[in-house]
Design a protein around this ligand. Structure first.
Ligand code: ARG
Length: 464
């Protein structure tokens, strides 16, 4: 193993030897934290401006630092920046390049701060951007579900429990169930954003600083609502990342549920929906195949996202105050989960927008499996004043009869029904159709088209 190198120029004053190659490999985060370059430069520019405003460095030095940082940013954006593993992370890579560009004033940038508050600030800014992006992604997805719901507000389909036919519902109602789910995800993401929006910058290494800094000033410049109130907490808090990951995990769980329905519904056995060619793939051997790959991959992404949440929870568990290097392991988890979530949201939005419900097939399927049996039992209660338990029993006997005759409930002869319960009249046939069944479920939040349309209108208002 190599022992040759000179020590790190940023912190190597007390070191006689450079790090072992393995030490460098385990220590470096530049391979991934380069994704926070923009946030790092944004934070440093705000810090330099504040240092000058508070008389801690000169205006000239602050000006040189702020200009120099813009040059570094343009080098990064133009891919001409040379990252160095020896310089460990994005913070030291940027500062080192700034030193090469502007010389002495660069050395004053790190006054009254530490990489501990710097990394917390950069990472918060990055996560906040992702929260905003996922809020936008969720709004788009909800919009796509609302269009589907409106188009099929009174289209009838089977409602399932245990994936067994239960009662007819409307397509619009089913779509709106997902609007509710993703609506909660939206509110969770917004809550998390409100809670996290405090600036760690100026907490320094852990204890604050003796320099007369203005943390309110940097907080405001970086779009935070306030500086965080405890410097120990500020540098060791990763709750914002955990909040993001848990919101992302729940959202990914919801995505996986609809993805699973799409896989089932698009199969030859169900034929409930047609997926667009744009979001399907073919098979290299079976020419007839059209596979729901996007839905399957969306269904799988939850595995990675949940994994990231568990990983970071485990990394943070038992860490003493304040900063520990363990926390460097936070970023890859969040980066991967954020990428996965954004891609899954975009793919699902595309699939939902392109989705064609096969309405005749849905309606036929809605009538199968004696799906209006509950309507029949309710009719016995309402018209014959039968206790529900008895009505349930009588209806069970009628279902058995239909099953024996190999027909559906509406096809039973009145005389046969009267053989089971003599008071049944032919008015019963009205409640046995799937349309009647869905139309009748007008309770608040029920499947009746009017209820569905009322919820669509409410959501459109909410999203305005
Ligand atoms: N690369 C480090 C991280 O991501 C930056 C903070 C380093 N702080 C320290 N005290 N070594 O956590």
């Amino acid at each position: 193993m190599s022992k040759s190198k000179t020590s790190n120029t940023m912190w190597g004053g007390r070191f006689a030897q450079g790090p072992d190659a393995i030490m460098e490999a385990i220590n470096a985060s530049i391979g991934f934290d380069k994704r926070m370059a923009r946030q790092d430069i944004q934070g440093s520019r705000a810090h330099a401006h504040m240092l000058a405003a508070c008389g801690i460095i000169t205006d000239n030095d602050a000006g040189a630092i702020r200009e120099g940082l813009l040059t570094v940013l343009s080098e990064i954006e133009n891919n001409t920046f040379e990252y160095s593993t020896a310089l460990e992370d994005i913070h030291m890579n940027v500062e080192s390049r700034l030193t090469a560009l502007i010389g002495e004033p660069a050395g004053r940038l790190h006054t009254a701060r530490s990489r501990n508050d710097q990394v917390a600030t950069d990472f918060k800014l990055w996560v906040r951007d992702q929260m905003d992006a996922s809020i936008g992604g969720l709004e788009a997805l909800i919009g796509a579900f609302l269009v589907q719901a409106e188009d099929g507000a009174d289209a009838v389909m089977p409602g399932f429990t245990h994936l067994q036919v239960a009662q007819p519902v409307t397509w619009g109602h089913h779509m709106m169930a997902y609007v509710e789910m993703f609506g909660r995800d939206l509110s969770r993401m917004r809550d998390a954003r409100v809670r996290m929006n405090e600036s760690p910058l100026g907490a320094a290494a852990l204890a604050g600083t003796s320099f007369p800094i203005d943390r309110h000033m940097t907080a405001e410049a970086l779009g935070f609502d306030a500086p965080s109130a405890n410097s120990l907490d500020a540098v060791s808090d990763r709750d914002f990342a955990l909040d993001f990951l848990s919101s992302a995990s729940i959202c990914a769980t919801h995505l996986s549920r609809f993805a699973e329905e799409l896989v089932i519904w698009s199969s030859a056995q169900f034929k409930f929906v047609t997926l667009s060619d744009r979001f399907s793939t073919g098979s290299s051997i079976m020419p007839q195949k059209k596979n729901p790959d996007a839905a399957e991959l969306i269904r799988a992404k939850v595995g990675r996202i949940n994994g990231s949440l568990i990983a970071l929870l485990t990394i943070m568990k038992g860490l003493p105050l304040a900063y520990s290097k363990d926390m460097q392991e936070d970023k890859e988890q969040v980066f991967d989960a954020a990428d996965s979530l954004m891609l899954a949201l975009a793919a699902m939005t595309g699939m939902v927008s392109d989705l064609t419900p096969n309405k005749p097939q849905l309606e036929t399927a809605a009538a199968a499996g004696f799906s209006t049996a509950t309507d029949l039992a309710d009719w016995l209660v309402r018209m014959l004043d039968m206790p529900f338990r008895e009505a349930h029993h009588v209806t069970g006997a009628l279902v058995k009869l239909a099953e024996d005759q190999g027909c559906d409930l509406p096809e039973l002869a009145l005389s046969d029904m009267q053989g089971v319960c003599k008071d049944i009249t032919d008015a019963v046939y009205d409640v046995l159709t799937v349309q009647n069944s869905t139309q009748s479920r007008t309770s608040y939040g029920g499947t009746a088209p009017d209820q569905v349309r009322a919820q669509i209108a409410r959501w459109k208002e909410v999203l305005k």
